[in-house]
Write a protein that binds this ligand. Sequence first.
Ligand SMILES: [Zn+2]
Length: 91
Amino acid sequence: MVEATRVPPSACPWCGEMHDEAESPSGRAATVGDITICFDCTGVAQFDGSMMLAKIPPDEWAALPEAVRDDYHRTRALLLLMKSGRWGGQA
Ligand SMILES: [Zn+2]
């Protein structure tokens, strides 16, 4: 089971929704530099040095390993499917 860990309250840089928790498939607590996905708008962000959410500059996004970008796209697709209510699970 994935457990949420507390992070300093921070607004999503894309939609402005406030977040104070982060989850990791591994269960590891979020740390500086981690990439995260906003569950509200599915925007990708990164924890800056103060653990605030920040947009990732396009050149830094492009420099990330392909596996990381693929994980984001798969997770985003799953979130959008969950939000659509078309998967039969709980959204
Ligand atoms: Zn957002």
